[in-house]
Design a protein around this ligand. Sequence first.
Ligand SMILES: CC(C)(COP(=O)(O)OP(=O)(O)OC[C@H]1O[C@@H](n2cnc3c(N)ncnc32)[C@H](O)[C@@H]1OP(=O)(O)O)[C@@H](O)C(=O)NCCC(=O)NCCS
Length: 155
Amino acid sequence: MSANHLDIRIRAMNYLEVRPLRLEVLRAGMVDQTVDFDGDDDPTTIHLGAFDQDENNVGVSTWMQRTFPLEEEHKAFQLRGMATADNVQSRGIGALLLDAGFKHAQENGIYLIWANARDTALNFYNRHGFTTVGEGFIEPVTQLPHHKVVKYLLR
Ligand SMILES: CC(C)(COP(=O)(O)OP(=O)(O)OC[C@H]1O[C@@H](n2cnc3c(N)ncnc32)[C@H](O)[C@@H]1OP(=O)(O)O)[C@@H](O)C(=O)NCCC(=O)NCCS
């Protein structure tokens, strides 16, 4: 796979391997340095990472089998811990991670994917077929404004 001339490969990682990049990108300058999510080591959780030609981990994403609070009857994935290394953002790595996650979800009969999205990333999610749902809220760990976003795969 390529992302703006970078030679990027997407592959599964374990939950310990995703921590460094989560910490670097998602907790930079924050008091609360928590980067573990409840469910990180569930057997149904998959962590997809992006690696450059030198095997540097330049992107992470975590896909957890969790129902969407507003539609609990459907099989769903919650997308969490979505991050691209600062020096290679806006080069299509996030898009590659989303595509790989969507493929994994489709193979698992997932009806919808949802996330608590940072407001600063809403354009990114909207461009990839997510819709913003409900009122904005302040996420307790990061203290940043968020909205729920949802993307339907099977309707
Ligand atoms: C949000 C985030 C994960 C997106 O990852 P990314 O690798 O930068 O994503 P992409 O490069 O696929 O797309 C990002 C933007 O770059 C643009 N872009 C993509 N490929 C491009 C290219 N080849 N040339 C120029 N611009 C490009 C896209 O249009 C997109 O713009 P948008 O934000 O207006 O939609 C990343 O920016 C990030 O880690 N941000 C900080 C942490 C964060 O907010 N995470 C999400 C928490 S919910």
